[in-house]
Design a binder for this molecule. Structure first.
Ligand SMILES: Cc1cc2nc3c(=O)[nH]c(=O)nc-3n(C[C@H](O)[C@H](O)[C@H](O)COP(=O)(O)O)c2cc1C
Length: 318
């Protein structure tokens, strides 16, 4: 695990037994809204203080503004959803100038999620982010919805290593967490490749490629034909992959995929996750992260364990 210095903004505070440490950063609790499900936090500010969150992974950014894919780009599925939003975002410069200053006042860890279709785009973004107060960079090499989403990097060990190495060099002052795709044969091979290339952590899983077809029109429901599946339907796949990756690498793992209750979050931590991101659940229940934090706090108090970090990797396989 890398041991980068902690900035003053990153102090563990009121949650006490819920505090976890990852890449030299103290998170007051392990629960973080996932990229793409929380925007830049503005829509949620009126619902609860963002300082209650362990951190925020902001909407995935690209070097230049993107309008995203044509609609329809969201479809319901049993126990989940498909999306092909396609990284709609205002671009990294807009984020740094207009969104980051507000986020940095929120007393929570800010994770800058970014993606690019070329190594040069990714390094350019990393250089810009390295000069800001973001606490961590989450390099998305796994967006299935656009070429710019980096999936081409995420499905090949050599490309994944090349882009990781370049971004780490361009942002030497920030922990770099690489976000992995589940749309591969062996996710542990990609995880090991990015670890060897200098990644400080990995996060997983991004969405699983899926498709729905409208019976009457015989058209795919999504204008892009296919999209990424997330929500409770993917939870067991995510737990399995977090467990496999946590056992394959020695850098920390941030887990996500279908988490909607505190029990899901605890299970993800037992599988090996140090922190847990919550995505699709937010669309059904904007309070989900807060309810999960409260549930974990009650669990820790009632079960008598001294710290939530006791759960990390605690599964006892048969
Ligand atoms: C509408 C939507 C937009 C997303 N946008 C991004 C994104 O910009 N960057 C990224 O790394 N992941 C993005 N994701 C993936 C989520 O961060 C998460 O990895 C995935 O949805 C699995 O978690 P969940 O089942 O809790 O949603 C998006 C997911 C959804 C549903």
């Amino acid at each position: 695990m890398s041991d980068l210095p902690i900035s003053p903004a990153q102090t563990a505070s009121d949650d006490g037994h819920l505090a976890v440490r990852m890449c030299g950063i103290d998170f007051k609790n392990p629960i973080i809204p996932a990229s793409g499900a929380f925007g830049f936090g503005r829509e949620y500010e009126s619902l609860y203080p963002l300082s209650r969150l362990g951190g925020i992974s902001v909407k995935g950014m690209t070097l230049h503004k993107r309008d995203g894919n044509p609609m329809p780009r969201v479809a319901e599925t049993p126990a989940g959803m498909l999306n092909s939003v396609g990284l709609q975002n205002p671009g990294v410069d807009y984020f740094i100038e207009h969104e980051l200053p507000n986020l940095l006042t929120k007393d929570t860890v800010i994770i800058a999620n970014c993606a690019g279709s070329t190594v040069e785009d990714c390094t350019e973004m990393a250089k810009k982010l390295n000069r800001t107060g973001v606490h961590m960079i989450e390099l998305n090499i796994s967006c299935p919805n656009v070429k710019a989403g980096g999936l081409a990097f995420g499905v090949d060990c050599q490309s994944a290593a090349t882009v990781t190495h370049a971004v780490k060099n361009a942002a030497p002052d920030k922990p770099v967490m690489v976000k992995l795709s589940p749309n591969v044969t062996d996710i542990t091979a990609i995880a090991k490749a990015v670890e060897a290339a200098g990644a400080d952590a990995v996060s997983l899983i991004n969405t699983l490629l899926g498709m729905r077809i409208d019976l009457a029109s015989r058209r795919p429901i999504l204008k892009q034909n296919v999209g990424g599946l997330s929500g409770p339907a993917v939870f067991p796949v995510a737990v399995r992959m977090v467990w496999q990756v946590a056992n394959a690498v020695s850098i920390p793992v941030m887990g996500m995929g279908g988490v909607s209750t505190w029990k899901d979050a605890a299970e993800m931590m037992l599988a090996g996750a140090t922190c847990v991101q919550v995505g699709a659940a937010l669309f059904q229940n904007p309070l989900a992260p807060i309810e999960i934090i409260d549930g974990l706090r009650q669990y820790v108090e009632e079960s008598g364990i001294s710290s939530i970090s006791d759960l990390i990797g605690g599964v006892q396989p048969w």
